[in-house]
Structure formats: C-alpha cells, structure tokens
Design a protein around this ligand. Structure first.
Ligand code: GLN
Length: 238
C-alpha cells in the first residue's frame, strides 16, 4: 500500500510552519508501514488528476498568492476531477482562500479562485492573529495559530470545519472556522495544523488511502506527545 501526496507551490505558500502538515501525513503513514511519495508541484507543472491521493496547499502573503493564483487556475479542472474521484485536498489560509470563488486583497486586483469550495474572501481592515481553538460537530477540538486579514464567507450549504471556541476564525463575525466539502478541507489554522491534531491527520490519511485501496483501518499510534501538545494549546495540563 502506498500514499501519493502532491505538495502544491511549496516554495511560495509555506508560512507559519505549514510544511509540517506534509511531514505529519508522511510520518504517520510511514509509522504504519505505508510507503509515501511526496511530489512538490510548482509553477507551470502539470499532473495526472488520477495519480495523487492527497493535495496540500499552504498559506502565504498576498504577494505569493498573486504569483500562484493564475497558475492554480490552470489546474482547476484537474483538481475538480481529482476530488470527484475521492482525492483529499487540505488547504491552509492563503491556499484555502484560493480554493473559493475569489480573494479580494487590500491592494492589487481580485484573485480568481478555483471554486472547489463555495466561499469567497475579502481583505478585512485588521489582521486576525493568535491562537485558535475550534470545536467540530462531533465535539472534538482542533487547535492552531492564525494570521490573516482575509475574511472568508461560506456559501449556504458549505459546512465549516468547526465553530470558533477561541480566536477569530473565518471572518471574526459568524463564529465559523474553515470549511469542509466531502474530501476538501480548508482552514486558517497554521502552526502547523496536523502535528497537534492527530485525529484530523488520520481522518485525512484514511480518506486519501480509501481512494485506491478500499476501506482501511489505520493502526493506532502512540499519540502521547501529540495529545499533550494539543492539551497545552487548549490551556489544559499537558
Ligand atoms: N494573504 C492572506 C491574508 O492575509 C493569507 C495569509 C496567510 O496565508 N497566512 O489573509
């Protein structure tokens, strides 16, 4: 069994430790004896939408987003096709914003998104910075760090990743954070997200592996360290 990961625009969208999500996914698979292939896909590259099981796109300042936005549009059909065939997409902050319909920054023209998520983003008047705790529908928590001026608004049928327990979230107005549509995930949680949220990491791994290998059950790992980091971020005794 193997896992194929596409790391999109690694040299442009990789702030606040977002590459740690790739490290976590790869290591948690390898600890389970699953071979992992990670390909970094940059500008002007093409890929077979049938090939990758999981795509990751991280965060970046407006300038980096402006550099890659046009290129990402060229992949819109391939990424729609890939997710319709069960591929997982994890997007963080700037990458998340470009998965929606558009991102309208403070300066420069509006950046057209690829509409994988029914959402749009407009730059706000203040930066939303700090630690975040959100609660998912099942009552579990996710922790991370946010730093964005963009305010993201979800379409009427798009589920949030969770509700803000502390921090700002999508827009500091509706109490929502992130977005989930099938196997497509968007969030503002940097930090990076997955090392401190092992349950989410395994949720993504499971979905990505099911695509080509059918139903699987991941072996349990010793998450003592990850859980204490999560608890520390919650302000609980580690
Ligand atoms: N440039 C975007 C914003 O400021 C995204 C920032 C980020 O990826 N951290 O909202």
């Amino acid at each position: 069994m193997n896992l194929r990961i596409a790391y999109l625009y690694a040299h442009f969208l990789n702030i606040y430790g977002d590459r740690g999500n790739i490290v976590t996914l790869a290591q948690r698979a390898r600890w389970r004896e699953i071979e992992v292939i990670v390909d970094q896909l940059g500008l002007n590259e093409r890929f077979d939408p049938e090939w990758y099981d999981l795509y990751f796109i991280g965060g970046g300042q407006d300038k980096q987003q402006q550099v890659i936005a046009q290129d990402l549009l060229k992949h819109a059909d391939r990424l729609h096709q890939a997710t319709q065939c069960g591929a997982v997409v994890l997007s963080v902050c700037g990458g998340y914003q470009l998965l929606g319909h558009y991102y309208r920054p403070h300066n420069g023209s509006e950046l057209k998104g690829i509409s994988l998520l029914d959402a749009y983003t407009v730059a706000g008047s203040k930066r939303m910075i700090g630690n975040v705790v959100i609660k998912r529908k099942d009552g579990t928590t996710l922790v991370g760090f946010e730093n964005h001026s963009g305010k993201t608004y979800l379409g009427p049928h798009l589920e949030p990743l969770g509700k803000v327990f502390s921090g700002h979230g999508n827009n500091d107005e509706d109490g929502l954070e992130g977005a989930v549509s099938g196997t497509i995930y968007g969030t503002y949680l940097h930090g990076s997200l997955l090392p401190k949220n092992p349950c989410l990491a395994d949720e993504l791994l499971t979905q990505a592996l099911i695509r080509r290998h059918g139903s699987i059950s991941l072996a349990t790992l010793d998450d003592t360290l990850e859980t204490s980091a999560h608890k520390f971020a919650l302000g609980l005794p580690a």
